[in-house]
Design a protein around this ligand. Structure first.
Ligand code: CTP
Ligand code: MG
Length: 233
């Protein structure tokens, strides 16, 4: 299997938790759609030679034009995403050229993931791992509940909050996506685990947080304004 790495960006979600407006991937961060940030960060990584974006189905043409305007830094393909994240990833997988052997899946909703994180995940797969996820220790105490009753307090030291990009041997990810649709998962590694493959955790990055709710977008604006050249940092 080759070590040619492609990035897949699921970007077809509506962003319902962010509130009314354009699909989340097209909402602006520092005046630029979040999707553009996510694609640029993937494309800037040493390992990544191609990026495939799964766009909101009605906006695939718009997204193609948008990305062409923003010079992402690597060859790009745009496909129509699906009704679930998993369908979107599958549509992007189907558009990969044959020579790609390693796939990084990265949410458009994580526009500030550092390039170093992308490279660290890719390097771990190139070094032989089947599947790699970035993870951070959990800071809140997490309880399992049934209805409104606490059933159990989980051992926080054994928990990790998992981010993207997640990296995979292509064949491993494709096999995992063959599972019946009823088995939906909130990330790709969840499917790979169920297929019985080991998943390795590398250190995540605070700035790879997901923009889910309005407060996350406010935080992203602050982080972005401090990161820009000339911001005094
Ligand atoms: N995603 C996708 N196709 C879908 C649903 C989600 O490509 N049918 C993508 C989103 O665009 C996002 C990533 O999966 O980049 C993570 O999903 P999430 O944060 O849940 O985004 P949304 O589904 O857009 O948000 P919400 O669940 O609040 O509607
Ligand atoms: Mg969602």
């Amino acid at each position: 299997m080759s070590d040619i790495v492609a990035g897949i960006v699921p970007a077809a979600g509506r962003g319902e938790r962010l509130g009314p407006g354009a699909p989340k991937a097209l909402r602006l961060l520092g005046g630029v759609p979040m999707l553009v940030h996510a694609v640029r960060n993937l494309a800037a990584a040493r390992h990544v030679s191609l990026v495939v974006v799964a766009a909101p189905p009605e906006q695939a043409g718009e997204v193609r034009a948008l990305l062409a305007d923003h010079h992402a830094g690597a060859p790009l393909r745009v496909v129509a995403g699906g009704a679930t994240r998993r369908e979107s990833v599958r549509a992007a997988l189907a558009a990969l050229p044959d020579e790609v052997g390693i796939v990084l899946v990265h949410d458009a909703a994580r526009p500030l993931a550092p390039v170093e994180l992308v490279d660290a995940v890719a390097a771990a797969v190139c070094a032989g791992a089947d599947a790699v996820v970035p993870g951070l220790p959990v800071t809140d105490t997490v309880k399992r509940v049934e209805g409104e009753v606490v059933v159990e307090t989980l051992d926080r030291s054994a928990l990790r909050a998992v981010q993207t990009p997640q990296g995979f041997r292509r064949a491993v990810l494709e096999e995992a996506h063959l599972f019946p649709d009823a088995l939906d998962a909130t990330d790709d590694a969840g499917l790979v685990e169920r297929a019985g493959h080991p998943v390795v955790v590398v250190a995540g990055a605070d700035e790879a947080f997901k923009v889910t709710r309005p407060l996350d977008l406010l935080l992203a604006e602050v982080v972005w304004s401090r990161r820009r050249p000339g911001s005094g940092r």
